[in-house]
Structures are given as structure tokens and as C-alpha cells.
Design a protein around this ligand. Sequence first.
Ligand code: DX5
Ligand code: ZN
Length: 221
Amino acid sequence: MKNNIALGASLMCANYLNLEHDIRLLEENGIDYLHFDVMDGHFVPNFGLNLDLLQKVRKITTLPINVHLMIEDASHYIDTFIDAGCNSLSFHHEANYHVQGLLQKIRDRKVKAGIALNPATSLSSLEYILNDLDFVLIMTVNPGFAGQPLIPATLEKIADLKRIIRAKKLAIDIQVDGNVSFENIPKMVQAGATMLVGGTSSLFLKDLSIPEAVQIVNNLL
Ligand code: DX5
Ligand code: ZN
């Protein structure tokens, strides 16, 4: 954690064939949390990491695990993912009915509760759940795939959310996910992001090792 910015690593961008090795490197280099993307092939046109892998990863690391559910109707799976040992959990506003109740359910289990918003989803959807949130995940690309370019309007959205949080004196973190690159990190942080998700745009680059990449990010914070 540098200057109150938490740096997370997106496990879907790690080397699946040598995942434990990557996790050890992330631990040794001071990553703050692991970001764990779950996809159902419906809400997003892709499949992501699953429960079985989460249980296995939980056994080998004490790093906080932040689960991002990109699935339709997460209500049946909240307890299951918490039982598997995640420390914070977000689900999408667009894909769920009883959003307030689900946030409450997560907090009742002493896990940090977050809501994820697609780029097109308005911040007004947060108006009546602000007191139920520990963090908001602002998707800076459309969810589902690594390696996409940043959608510029999302930078404004981060800044708008920061203004709301400040005005209401709330303690809500702003997480950013998607094209969190060396170029975009300063803009995201400047706008108000406090939790970064490093994927193929920063921590898992082809010509840079994880320690080198973490060092570059730390110099930007
Ligand atoms: C999308 C995922 C990705 C992932 C990507 O649903 O959540 O955004 O972490 O990292 P980048 O955009 O850097 O490849
Ligand atoms: Zn994610």
C-alpha cells in the first residue's frame, strides 16, 4: 500500500501453467491483494476463474482475495464464495435484482461488500445504497476480456464518484478494473481511484517481469 492506494493483481492475467510461482512473486513484491474474476458465459461472453481454483489459491496464500462476480443472479453464490475464503466481494448492479439485500448479506458475513458498474451504468444507481458499500468497482472497459483499451468517459465517472463520496463524507473505496496501464494509472489515481487491478496492461506484460512491473507501478503512486 503506497499513498493509500491498494495495488491488486488480476489472477486471470497470470500464468495459469505456473500460477503458484506468480502468486509467490506477487507476495514477495508487496502486492496488496489478488483480484479473482468469475464469469458465467452469460453476463459476459467469456468464462473466468472458478470456485475450485479459489479454494486452492486460498490454501496457499494469506493475501486478501477480492472476488469480482461477472455472473447473472449472484444471490445463489454469495455464501459459496465467502465460504471459499474471499475477503471482499463485488457483483454487478446490471445483473442482479435485490442489490441492497445482497450487499447486506456480504457484510453480515464480515466480508467487504462492493458493487461493480459497467461503463454505461450511471452513478445514480448508487444513490440509495451508498451506506451499504465498502467499495465501488468502476469498470473502465466492458467486462469479460483482458487487453481492451480504456473507455475515456470512465475517468470522468471516477471523479464524479469521488465528489459524491467526499460530499457525503463516506468511507468508500473506488476500484478500477480494465486497462490499468502505466499510462492510465496516474489519471485514475488523480480522479480518485484507491484500489487498482493490474492485469495485462501493467503487472503481467510480456517483456517485463512481475518485480519490474510492480516497481514501475509503485513509482507512479
Ligand atoms: C475484465 C477483467 C480485466 C482484467 C484485465 O473483466 O476484470 O479487466 O483484469 O486487465 P487488463 O485490462 O490490464 O488486460
Ligand atoms: Zn475484474
